[in-house]
Design a protein around this ligand. Structure first.
Ligand code: MN
Length: 292
């Protein structure tokens, strides 16, 4: 089995605000070479590194906006996110929880700091991923998969207390609860200092790591500091992650969807015509209505 080598270690780009509630580093698609095609099916990654929000009676966040053609995955590490959409669905994403929203044919939603959390404020850390959908499913019915932290499948790495959360995909025959439309592995490794774990993914799967706590060594040679993104090369299957100090690492690996990508704003489709149709449908109120 060949080693999957490190292609690039990427420091966090300057943050920007999404609405007034999410201070994010956009790794995918704005940092070279992390264009949508390179990381497909992961077509966007916004990382809100730890940031302290002062108390606010008016929850901060981002107002009503649409999505079509993909899924949004929200992972809350610190703080709480509240979500509402035009189908009447909503919910709170607590620390450690995952919300996997299949926007598919179209959804209108808003995302805010949870009301009571907002009143107190504090340290906030989260990741939002956009996961591409194969053309067959781009216009399917929207749906949600919400998994509470205590319900996420776990693999025990060692006797010291290090473990792997299997959100989607499979590790050592343990399957994540989230079902996906194309092959995807999404894991959180929660490692004590000196703990090591190895991973094996097909060489063509686009694969990356994000260090959310501590620091790690990949393949016993590449040191990766906090808040850095590791792009793995498509040259092999096997790699190792060792914690230099207590660490939390997000691991993503997925089979590329080999279809054209036409993306603009909140829509990611397969052709210019489909993109035009998305704006047309949105402007004609076909995404429904949601009060701001
Ligand atoms: Mn959104």
């Amino acid at each position: 089995m060949k080693t999957k080598t490190v292609e690039l270690i990427i420091s966090p780009p300057s943050p920007h605000f999404v609405g007034d509630g999410f201070r994010v580093h956009n790794f995918i698609p704005s940092v070279s070479p992390l264009v949508m095609e390179r990381m497909n099916p992961f077509i966007l990654m916004d990382y809100n590194s730890k940031f302290v929000f002062p108390p606010s009676d008016t929850p901060r966040g981002v107002g009503v906006h649409p999505h079509r053609g993909f899924e949004t995955v929200t992972l809350a590490y610190k703080g709480k996110v509240q979500h509402h959409d035009n189908s009447g669905s909503g919910g709170v994403i607590h620390e450690g929880d995952v919300q996997w929203m299949t926007a598919a044919g179209g959804i209108l939603h808003k995302e805010y700091h949870e009301k009571e959390w907002s009143k107190v404020g504090g340290e906030f850390q989260m990741v939002q991923l956009w996961v591409n959908l194969p053309s067959l499913y781009k216009m399917s019915k929207p749906k949600y998969q919400a998994v509470k932290n205590e319900d996420i499948e776990r693999f025990k790495i060692d006797e010291r207390g290090s473990y792997l959360e299997i959100i989607a995909g499979e590790y050592q025959n343990i399957k994540g609860k989230i079902s996906t439309f194309s092959p995807i592995n999404l894991f959180n490794a929660k490692l004590l200092k000196e703990s090591t774990i190895d991973f094996k993914f097909p060489s063509n799967y686009n694969t990356a790591l994000l260090v959310l706590e501590g620091s790690i060594v990949v393949n016993e040679s590449e040191n990766v500091p906090l808040n850095h993104f590791v792009l793995m090369a498509n040259d092999g299957e096997f790699f190792t992650v060792k914690a230099n100090e207590n660490a939390v690492v997000l691991i993503l690996s997925g089979e590329p969807i080999n279809e054209p990508i036409f993306a603009q704003g909140p829509f990611v489709m397969n052709s210019r015509q489909e993109l035009w149709q998305a704006f047309e449908d949105f402007n004609n109120g076909k995404f429904g209505y949601l009060e701001d």
